[in-house]
Design a protein around this ligand. Structure first.
Ligand code: SF4
Length: 620
C-alpha cells in the first residue's frame, strides 16, 4: 500500500455490467500523482484516436489526488475527464464540494467508466463495495430531486452524489457534472459524456480514512493553515465576497466581458455586483470539504423567480456570463439562471456565452423572429435569457442548435455568424477579456481544453508585485497588464505549470498555500522525500500528455488561436485603443513552444518526453 493512496483504481464497464480493480505500483503514483495527470495518462493509453466522444468507446474518469479527502483546507476537489464532445479533444474539469473527499474515503483513488448501459443507471459505492443500480426513476429529474431520491432510498443522509441533469441526459455538449447539487465540473462537456453512457449519478459513502505517512505532520500543517487563513487578506476577501467581489473593479478597468465581448464596460455592473448580492439576496455562504474559507454564495429570491439556496448562487463567471455578457443587469434573473444551470447540469460559462452569441446574431439579422418563435432575443432581455437556458437544456427550438456550442451553431447559422462565435478549439471563452489580460489570452490559445481560465495566469495580478508561487519559482518582476513580451510568456509558462501541478494534487487554487507548504503536505501524506521540482514535473508531464492527446486527434498549431474580435481595439472605455496585435500573439505562442520544449508546430520533442520519463507518449 502506498501511503496517502488507497492503491486502487476502480473500473466500471457499463456495457457488461461488470466492475474490476487495478492496483498500480507505487512508481505509477509517484510519476503521475493524481487528478488530470491520471486522466490524461489513461485517456492517452486506453482510447484510440478518433473515437466518438459520445460513443461507448470514450472513457469517463473521475480522479482524486494525494490531497483529496485529507482534512485540510482546499482538499475537497476531484478531476473529471474524457474526450470532449465540445472540442473533440482532451476534456477535463476540476470540481469542489464534498463528493471527491467522500469518494477517496470510500476506498478508491479514481474510477474509470467504460462502455454504455442499456438503460439509465447509477453507480453506488459504499466503503469499497460497488453496485450498478437502476436509475430510470431518476431520469428527467432536477439535480436536487435526484440527490434527494438517492439519499432517501439508501437511507444514508451522508451519501454524496456526483450527477448530471437533463442537459447531460440530452447530451448538450457543454453539460456539466454536478457534485452535491451546486459544485460544477463545468467545462469540456463531461456531463454529455456521462449522459451518453446512460449514467445519471455516482453516489458514494466512505467511512475509511486514507492512511497517511505522517498524520501528525499533516494535522500540524492543517492547524497552521487554518490560523493563517483567519487573517490572510485574499482568503478573508474570498470568505466575504467570493469570486464575485472582483466584478466592479474589473469593470472599472475596462475588462468586464459585455455584450458578447463587444465591450469591456457594462453600465449595469453595480446592479450585478458581489457587493449588491451580499446586501440583497445572499442567504449564506457554503464551501467545500474541510475548508474554512467558504467562498460560495447561497442566495434566496422570492417571486417571480423563486431561487432556492440549495442551488448555491452565482459566482463571478456566472454573473458575467448570464449578466454583462448578455447585457443583463437583473441580479435576481441571473440568480435564477444560475439555479436553472445547477438544476439541469449546464456549464454557466458556455451557456451564457452561447446565449450572448445568439443575441448578437439576432441584433445583426442573422437570426430573426422566425428562428426564435417570436422571442425578442436582444441583449438585455432577461426573460429571453431564462427561456433560452430552458430550451438549451431540453434541446428545444433554437436551443437545439445552441446546445452544440457556438462554433457548431455558427456553422449552422452561416451568414457570417462565425464573427460572433467567441471560442477557442470549440470551447466558449470564459469571462476574462484577453485584450485586458493578453498573457491569459495566450494561455487560452494553448490550453488543451480550449479557452480556460483556471490553469493560466491573470496578468492584472502581477502589475505591481509578484508574489505567491510565481515568486517562489523565481519570477519576481512585475509586468504591465497589456505587455506581451517574452518575460510575460515566461510568467505564463511557470504559472500554468504550477496550476497544472495543483490540478494533479488535486488542490483548490483559491487557498493560499505556498509552494513549500504544498511540498510539506505531500511529504506528510505520502512519506516521499519530495520537492517543488518533482511536483512540477508531474504538472509538466500532464501538459505534455494532454498536448499529445490533442495532436493524435488531429489538432495542430492552427488551433492555437483567438477569435478575430480580440485583434480589434476597444473603441471606448478605459481600454480604448487597446487590442491584441496579431503578430505579437503569434510570436508569443512560438516563444511558449520554445520555452516548453515543443517544436515549431507545437509538438513535444522526443527529448522533452524523454526528460519527463514519458517517452511512451511518442507512440501512443
Ligand atoms: S476556497 Fe472556496 S472553492 Fe476553494 S476549497 Fe475553499 S470553499 Fe471551496
Amino acid at each position: 500500500m502506498v501511503a496517502g493512496y488507497n492503491g486502487k483504481i476502480l473500473r466500471v464497464d457499463l456495457s457488461r455490467g461488470k466492475t474490476s480493480v487495478d492496483e498500480p505500483e507505487e512508481g505509477f503514483y509517484r510519476h503521475y500523482m493524481g487528478g488530470r495527470a491520471f486522466v490524461s495518462y489513461y485517456l492517452l493509453r486506453e482510447l484510440n484516436g478518433g473515437v466518438d466522444p459520445l460513443g461507448p468507446q470514450n472513457k469517463l474518469i473521475f480522479a482524486g489526488g494525494p490531497v483529496t479527502g485529507i482534512p485540510i483546507a482546499g482538499s475537497g476537489r476531484n478531476s473529471v475527464g474524457a474526450k470532449s464532445p465540445l472540442t473533440n479533444g482532451y476534456g477535463d474539469a476540476e470540481v469542489g464540494g464534498f463528493w471527491g473527499a467522500e469518494f477517496r474515503q470510500a476506498g478508491y483513488d479514481a474510477i474509470i467508466i467504460e462502455g454504455k448501459a442499456e438503460r439509465p443507471v447509477y453507480i453506488w459505492i459504499e466503503d469499497g463495495k460497488v453496485e450498478i443500480k437502476d436509475a430510470r426513476h431518476l431520469w428527467g429529474k432536477t439535480t436536487g430531486e435526484c440527490q434527494k431520491l438517492i439519499q432517501q432510498e439508501s437511507g444514508i443522509s451522508g451519501v454524496r452524489v456526483a450527477q448530471i441533469g437533463i442537459a447531460g441526459e440530452n447530451q448538450v455538449k457543454y453539460a456539466c457534472v454536478v457534485n452535491d447539487i451546486n459544485h460544477a465540473a463545468g467545462r469540456s462537456g463531461m456531463g454529455a459524456v456521462m449522459g451518453s453512457k446512460n449514467l445519471r449519478a455516482i453516489a458514494v459513502r466512505g467511512r475509511q480514512k486514507v492512511e497517511l505517512a505522517d498524520s501528525r505532520a499533516v494535522t500540524s500543517l492543517a492547524r497552521r493553515i487554518r490560523d493563517i487563513l483567519k487573517t490572510h487578506r485574499a482568503a478573508v476577501a474570498m470568505s466575504q465576497n467570493g469570486t464575485a467581489g472582483g466584478l466592479v473593479a474589473l469593470n472599472a478597468a475596462g475588462g468586464l466581458p459585455t455584450r458578447n465581448f463587444k465591450e469591456g464596460v457594462f453600465e449595469g455592473a453595480e446592479k450585478i455586483s458581489g457587493q449588491l448580492m451580499n446586501e440583497s439576496i445572499l442567504a449564506g455562504r457554503g464551501g467545500c470539504y474541510a475548508c474554512p474559507i467558504r467562498c460560495k454564495p447561497e442566495v434566496s429570491v422570492g417571486e417571480p423567480y423563486n431561487v432556492d439556496p440549495l442551488y448555491g448562487g452565482p459566482e463571478y463567471e456566472t454573473l458575467a456570463a448570464l449578466g454583462s455578457d448578455c447585457g443583463i443587469d437583473n441580479l435576481e434573473a441571473v440568480a435564477k439562471g444560475n439555479q436553472q444551470c445547477s438544476a439541469y447540469g449546464l456549464d454557466t460559462i458556455s451557456t451564457g456565452a452561447s446565449i450572448a452569441f445568439a443575441m448578437e446574431c439576432f441584433e445583426n439579422g442573422i437570426l430573426t423572429d422566425k428562428d426564435t418563435d417570436g422571442m425578442k432575443l436582444n441583449f438585455g432581455n432577461a426573460e429571453a435569457m431564462l427561456q433560452m437556458v430552458e430550451m438549451i437544456a431540453r434541446r428545444e427550438g433554437l436551443g437545439k442548435v445552441l446546445a452544440d456550442g457556438v462554433a457548431k451553431a455558427a456553422s449552422a447559422f452561416g451568414k457570417g455568424a462565425e464573427e460572433f462565435a467567441m471560442h477557442v478549439k470549440g470551447q466558449e471563452i470564459p469571462m476574462h477579456e484577453p485584450r485586458f489580460k493578453p498573457g491569459l489570452g495566450v494561455g487560452y490559445t494553448i490550453s488543451p481544453t480550449g479557452a480556460d481560465h483556471c490553469h493560466n495566469i491573470h496578468d492584472s495580478a502581477f502589475t505591481m508585485r509578484v508574489g505567491g508561487a510565481l515568486r517562489a519559482l523565481g519570477v519576481s518582476e512585475p509586468l504591465p497588464c497589456q505587455e506581451l513580451s517574452s518575460a510575460k510568456v515566461r510568467m505564463l509558462v511557470y504559472g500554468s505549470l504550477w496550476q497544472h501541478t495543483l490540478n494533479c494534487m488535486v488542490f483548490c487554487n483559491f487557498v493560499p498555500f505556498t509552494t513549500a507548504q504544498m511540498v510539506e503536505l505531500v511529504t506528510g501524506i505520502t512519506g516521499w522525500d519530495t520537492n517543488v521540482w518533482e511536483l512540477m514535473k508531474v504538472g509538466e508531464r500532464c501538459i505534455n500528455m494532454e498536448r499529445a492527446f490533442n495532436i493524435r486527434e488531429g489538432k495542430n498549431k492552427a488551433d492555437d488561436y483567438l477569435p478575430k474580435r480580440f485583434f480589434n481595439a476597444f473603441d471606448s472605455g478605459p481600454l480604448k485603443g487597446v487590442g491584441i496585435k496579431e503578430e505579437e500573439l503569434v510570436k508569443a505562442i512560438d516563444t511558449y513552444y520554445g520555452m516548453v520544449g515543443w517544436d515549431k508546430e507545437g509538438t513535444p520533442s522526443l527529448a522533452k518526453l524523454q526528460e519527463l520519463g514519458i517517452e511512451w507518449v511518442n507512440g501512443a
